[in-house]
Design a protein around this ligand. Structure first.
Ligand SMILES: [Zn+2]
Ligand SMILES: [Zn+2]
Length: 261
């Protein structure tokens, strides 16, 4: 059996996930995972006092770090556990993010670029419908990756979710993203939450997008499968996990089973 690692695991602090850290760990072990990385939606120090609906609040940060470190000790020898955080590229706060990463000992950060500049009124990148919006997503993602803060690029093809087809604009944007990630040695995540949620949808491409992954293969980018688990039961989705691995392997993509942290 191959080494199974999931670096994309949430906790209820983000206000839209359920389950205790221990429940995630138990489910992971039950399903043959050897490694779990917690990477809940980060807190941002919004200057305007905005309260995000899908990020943890800043006052939950110490408790999050402590809880992950607690299970890390508790499961030592049975399950390898790492401390991560999923963050956007919000340029105003990237300096703060670098400091916070060091201060709290985060082992890795995931780029999950959901909104443009802020989730207080910024464009939701999962709703892009024009070539200009695709370009904006690419610009903001590449800029985020270039900060050097990120070890993992979550759902890179989220921007195609509502886009009608994999046309030349989508292909060009995808190519630019894949090439940048490849140049910076940052693996692209095949997101299983998107796979499950977007199955059979009527509007837009959904994600993951087959064409995007074909482009990724042409560019020689590395990839990784991520559950994006918002509940412990996600670890039960073994069939989908195996299908995703088989799909990526069939395209000849190099699939990482472990991040170099
Ligand atoms: Zn989420
Ligand atoms: Zn996530």
């Amino acid at each position: 059996m191959s080494f199974k690692a999931n670096y994309h695991t949430h906790t209820p602090r983000c206000k839209h996930a359920s389950g205790t850290e221990r429940e995630y760990c138990e489910k992971a072990i039950e399903n043959g995972f050897s490694l779990v990385g917690f990477s809940d939606h980060c807190a941002w120090p919004y200057e305007d006092g905005f309260v995000s609906t899908f990020h943890m609040d800043l006052n939950r940060l110490p408790d999050y770090v402590e809880a992950v470190n607690d299970v890390r000790r508790e499961y030592e020898g049975r399950l390898e556990i790492h401390l991560g955080w999923e963050c956007e590229n919000y340029p105003a706060y990237m300096g703060w993010l670098a400091e916070t990463k060091a201060q709290y000992g985060f082992e890795y950060l995931i780029l999950g670029n959901h909104f443009d500049t802020t989730d207080n009124g910024g464009l939701y990148f999962g709703s892009c419908r024009t070539p200009e919006q695709l370009k904006r997503y690419v610009t903001m993602c590449v800029e985020g990756l270039e900060t050097g803060l990120f070890a993992y690029f979550a759902h890179p093809d989220l921007f195609l979710r509502m886009y009608p087809r994999y046309d030349r604009h989508a292909r060009a944007a995808s190519r630019e993203l894949c090439r940048a990630a490849k140049d910076m040695n940052i693996p692209l995540e095949y997101n299983l939450l998107g796979f499950i949620n977007c199955r059979g949808r009527a509007e837009g491409l959904g994600y993951p997008v087959r064409g995007f992954w074909e482009t990724a293969a042409e560019e020689g980018a590395d990839c990784v499968v991520g559950l994006d688990a918002h509940s412990p039961a996600r670890f039960d989705e073994r069939r989908e996990w195996d299908e995703a691995c088989a799909f990526l392997d069939s395209l000849g993509l190099r699939r990482l089973e472990r991040l170099a942290l």
